[in-house]
Structures are given as C-alpha cells and as structure tokens.
Design a protein around this ligand. Structure first.
Ligand code: FMN
Length: 222
C-alpha cells in the first residue's frame, strides 16, 4: 500500500474511534480479531521492558453486573462484546530487587548475568533517585502509566479493524478491587489501573469529534 494511503487509513481509524457509550450486545467480536487486539497490548512498550500489566477479559455476565455497579452503572460494562480490566503490578513486584523482575529477566528475557546486574542497577537508580518512586502509590501509578500505552494501542488497533471501544476510569477503584478479590480474579500484587470495553456501537457519536488545534497543544523549540 502506498504510504499516503496508509497514513490516511490510520487517521481514519483515529476519527472512527470514539468513547462508545453503548454496544450492541448481539454483535460479538471474533476470537481472531480479539486475539489481534490483545496482541497489540502484549507487544506494547513499557519502562525498562517490565510489562507491569495483566489484561483480564471478563466475559462472565454476573461479574460484569457487579463491576458495572461499581463503575457508575455505565452500560459499556454489560453491553460490550469483550470487557477488559487492566491490572497494574504493585511495589512488591516492581521494586528493582523483586522476585517478579528476577523471573522476568531470567525466564522471559533470558538475560546474561552481567546484563541483569546492569539493568537492576539502572532500575534501582531510576526508582530511588531519578523518579523518586518509593511510595506504594508512586510505584503503582508508574505501573499504571505503562498500562495506558497498551490501552491506547489496543483501542487504535481495534479501530483499524472497525471495532469500537471505550476506555474507562469512571469506577471506584477500591470497590472494583474488592469484587475481583471476592471472585478470586485478582490476587496478590496487582491493583486495578483502568477498564476498557470493546464491541460494536449501537449509535454513532452524538457530536463530531472536538479537539484543540495543533497550535494550542504543540510548542516548537527551534
Ligand atoms: C483514561 C480515560 C478514562 C475514561 N473514562 C471514561 C469513562 O469512564 N466513561 C466514558 O464514557 N468515557 C470515558 N473516557 C472517554 C473520554 O471521555 C473521551 O475519550 C474524551 O471525551 C474524548 O472523546 P472521544 O474519545 O470520543 O474522542 C475516558 C477516557 C480516558 C482516556
């Protein structure tokens, strides 16, 4: 495909994507398409490559009802084809000397000893000095920031294949975490970062997309 066409198609997907408020519950995303969406989340970049996330796909209607009641009753939770709770890892897993990092470096990245030592040192300096990530909340919020990259990538990828989505922060974090714990869905060193629903829209967006102009949001230093 010519580059100009490709750019046009990508921008069309950005225009197509909107925060869908209600999905058609009878229209289901195919397994193959949903796997494609998840794959763009899995392949997303993260600080130091720590992949501090888990994508929990909630298809159980009773669990969705419970989550909806802790998420301002928003219809996206119950009407979407696929509903994802994005979890972020907490301090116990993300501190430079944690077991999770050690397993990730050894078993996933298969780093040689010297590389592992160098990376661990860099993460320690980053966490303790450069970014001052020592409180539980600071380190969890750092993990959440990474998950938003995966969130954005998944929504854009979905839009490129004609699938609608809605990112959601409109929920009570403590209540949703309580539900996930009670249901045995979330254990240990995770917290809820955000929610995202995927499916097919019932209605087109109520109004055209509005954004500030390029001049308002971009400064150039030349
Ligand atoms: C992190 C985040 C959380 C959001 N939470 C909600 C939400 O809980 N419910 C909702 O309807 N829209 C939610 N939105 C959608 C925004 O309101 C929407 O993206 C914004 O108004 C721009 O509109 P557009 O996405 O349709 O272009 C959220 C968006 C983001 C990025």
């Amino acid at each position: 495909m010519a580059m100009e066409n490709k750019k046009e198609q990508i921008l069309q997907a950005y225009q197509f994507r909107h925060a869908c408020k209600e999905f058609d519950p009878t229209k289901k995303i195919s397994d193959e398409d949903f796997h494609f969406i998840l794959e763009t989340g899995r392949l997303s970049p993260s600080s130091f490559g720590l992949e501090p996330w888990k994508f929990v796909v909630i298809q159980n209607p009773e669990v969705r009802e419970k989550i909806s009641s802790a998420a301002w009753g928003q219809k996206q939770v119950t009407t979407s084809s696929h509903f994802v709770v994005i979890l972020a890892r907490t301090k116990a897993d993300l501190t430079y000397d944690s077991e999770y990092l050690s397993t990730l470096f050894n078993d996933v990245k298969k780093l040689p000893e010297a590389a592992k030592e160098g990376l661990t040192k860099a993460i320690k300096r980053f966490q303790e000095v450069d970014f001052n990530l020592e409180s539980d909340r600071a380190i969890f919020d750092w993990a959440c920031r990474q998950t938003y990259i995966a969130l954005g990538n998944m929504m854009t990828a979905a839009a490129q294949i004609g699938i609608d989505s809605c990112p959601m922060e409109g929920f009570n974090k403590e209540q949703v975490e309580q539900i996930l714990k009670e249901e045995g869905i979330m254990q240990g060193d995770f917290g809820v970062s955000c929610l995202v629903a995927f499916g097919y829209r019932v209605n087109d967006p109520a109004s055209p997309k509005t954004r500030q102009t390029m001049d308002m949001v971009v400064d150039w230093v030349k």
